[in-house]
Design a protein around this ligand. Structure first.
Ligand code: RP5
Length: 171
């Protein structure tokens, strides 16, 4: 577990081999100053640990769970089945199927248990955190302001890239 304040977002992953991808989510939450924790568990290898985590998260004050896993990625769905919290799934490229296996396993939840599924890999982990921030911003005006500033920053970055590209073209 990570952070000093009670975590609002849990970043869960199925293996320590997923960390390099899921760190993208942690970076965003750090930038937005959202208290978060990182937790390793596996739907397959540690079902009891996963069940205890899922059942206890809401009671500890967690508001959103981000779950990243590769291969036959059941982690997000299994957690979502045992908590009323919103669960955001991140499919990870961990096998020769390059994340398509995890994407299908995460996104194709049968009706009744929702998992908001992001893109495969780092972009998905980043967007999972941004979606979590958007959910929290519904009731937090400071976070809403930070989201607005983030969007402005991206727009400015596009302008700067345009300028840089034109300079290269005209050189
Ligand atoms: C999944 O299996 C994990 O989320 C990971 O992406 C994949 C491979 O895990 P390791 O064999 O590297 O621990 O459960």
């Amino acid at each position: 577990m990570k952070g000093t304040k009670a975590p609002l977002v849990s970043i869960v992953m199925g293996s320590d081999s997923d960390l390099s991808v899921m760190e993208e989510a942690a970076k965003i939450l750090r930038d937005f100053q959202v208290p978060h924790e990182i937790f390793l568990t596996s739907a397959h290898r540690a079902p009891q640990r996963t069940a205890e985590f899922a059942a206890g998260a809401a009671g500890r004050g967690v508001r959103v769970i981000i779950a990243g896993a590769g291969a036959a990625a059941h982690l997000a769905g299994v957690i979502a089945s045992q908590t009323p919290l919103p669960v955001i799934g991140v499919p990870i490229d961990a096998t020769s199927l390059q994340g398509l296996d995890a994407l299908f396993a995460t996104v194709q939840m049968p009706g009744g248990i929702p998992v908001a599924t992001m893109a495969i890999g780092k972009a998905g982990a980043k967007n999972a955190a941004l979606l979590a921030v958007r959910i929290l911003a519904l009731t937090d005006a400071r976070l809403r302001k930070r989201l607005d500033a983030f969007a402005e920053g991206m727009a400015k970055d596009v302008e700067a890239r345009h300028e840089g590209m034109m300079k290269k073209l005209n050189a």
